[in-house]
Structures are given as structure tokens and as C-alpha cells.
Design a protein around this ligand. Sequence first.
Ligand code: ZN
Length: 345
Amino acid sequence: MDLDLLTRVVNTPGISGCEEAVQEVVGAEMRSVCDEVRRDRLGNVIGLRKAGWAPGTGRTPRVALAAHVDEIGAIVKHIDGDGYLRFQRVGGLYSQTLQSQMVIVHGREPLKGVIAPDFNLREGDKIPSPDDLLIDLGLPRETVEELVQLGDPITFAQELVQLNDKVVMGRNFDDRIGVYCLLEAMKRVGDAQVDAYFVSTVQEEVGVRGMPVAAYAIEPDLGLAIDGSLVRAAHVKPHSVTCDMGKGAGIYLMDNLTIGDRRLVSFLCDLCEREGIPFQRNIGGGTDASALQRTRLGCRTTTIGAPVRYMHSTVQLCHLDDIEATIRLLAAFVEHAHELAEDVA
Ligand SMILES: [Zn+2]
């Protein structure tokens, strides 16, 4: 585990459409090991590690691994007469988790604030709509108007915390844990017989908008999205999910946008068994795999990733052993992908 890199990947702000700062962190890591790194017009960052050796005379198969770098947050929508801010959500924030959260408004300078608790609410009242919530920066209106303009991004202030020696917490583990696993796997891959593309995608949380462009450019034969797996947790009905925290990398069978390629799913499960990597079968939400699967001529694809508790809240939990299992699976996949790619190249 490179806790320093994990911390930088998690703590650097980047809501959908404003991913530049965190893509700088990602790009620097990619440049240290990739043969080529490029950034496309939407902001996706794509690193290529060329095959060390490729058999035969046919073209070298291409494998894409992709994790989305954007996090959910908000933008400033209105500054009211007292200097409080109203905001527009970016991505699927739960309205019941918003009040009393600390936030950072990225104005002319980063400004700390809080989403003001509404003490008029009584037990049993309806949860207020995010449109009715206000951000209090603790500053007079004139200062707010000088420093903030409409459209400034807002992120949650929660930074990475280690709860104990195995479990970490962060505001955006969906999908910064995936990005971290992508970068670690990229460094660990040994000899591979495929061209491996490592993709840090933008704008997944607002409807898989970055991935299609990257997939079109790469035209992969095989693709894996890396994203959080749904997991048993407090307030989650045990029968509604299939994974447990601490029991290994999740391999998606299907999600709301994609049915995992069955041959690829069995290949991944066999690979885990062969390599002694703990894994669990997962049924998930919806991921970048949908665009990998259906761009151009399409490719065999599914999603894998460490289980993450309380996704789309500011207190997401993840187990370090699951992160390690995910990294090992990704690296082993790239090393063995040619075994599966031969029939599509
Ligand atoms: Zn995600």
C-alpha cells in the first residue's frame, strides 16, 4: 500500500467537469511508468504501456482498464442577500446526508463553509430538498461576492481518515479507490503480451460522459472498468447485496447498464483462483463498462473493484485487503489477457 499516493488521489478535489487538479496527480504517476501519456479533449488521461512481447504476425491486442476520477459535489447557484450560497448538485448526492457537512467552495481562493443545519425541522419531517439548503461561509456578503461567482465548484471537506489498521474512510472512494488501484496495478504489471491502456475518465457520475470518447480512441479488444462494489453495511438489507467488506475484490456479473461478458467473468474468477486472489461476485450500480462495451465494434467487458460502504455519502469505507486484492487482479489480468484476447484480435 502506498498510503501517501492514496491520500493524494483521495484528497485532491475534482467534481465532474472540474477534474484538472486530480488529473495532474494521475498524469504524473502515469508518466513515471507508461510509454505514452495523453489527455483528450474531454479531460480523460490515458497512459499506454506497450506489450513487452507479442506473438505471431497479427496486431497486438489492446486492453483498456478505466476508473473514473470525478467525484460528486455541487456548484454555486446563487448568492443571497445575507451572503449565504445556494447550490446545484453535480452527481447523485443523497439529500439526507447534506446538512451540517463541511464543504470547500473553490472560489478565487478555497473557502471553508458548512451546509447550515435547519433547526426548524422536527423529527418525522420530510428531508429538505437540496434546493432549500444554504452554505454558510462565515463571511460578510461583500466578501462572499468578491471571492465567489456562480458556477464555482463545491467539494466536501472530508479528507482521508484511517479508522483502524485495515479500514480507511473518505468522501469519494467512489471512485478514487478505483483510480488508486489503476495506478498501483499499472506499476506492478510485469511482462504483458497486450498493449495496456490505463484510463482515468471524467464525468462518469453525471452519466458516463467521458468514457465513450476514450473508448472510441483506444478501440480496445478487452476492457475492465474499476469501480466500487456494493457491500453489506449498516441499514443495507443483507439479501440485497452479494459482497462483504474484507472478503476480496468484487467482480461484477451485471449492473444497471451492463451485463458482464460471461466469458470474461469466468476468466477473471479462474484467474483469481489460480493466483490465490480473494474475490466475490457482485451485482452493481452502473459504470464506465457500459461505454467500453458498446463503443465502435464493442468489446468483452465487465467491472471489478473493492467493496465500498456508503457510496455517494461523505463517509465511504473501504478495506485495505480488498484494495490489495483488486490491484493484484488488475495486474494479473493484464499479464494474462492475451489468453482471452486471441479470439478477438
Ligand atoms: Zn463510481
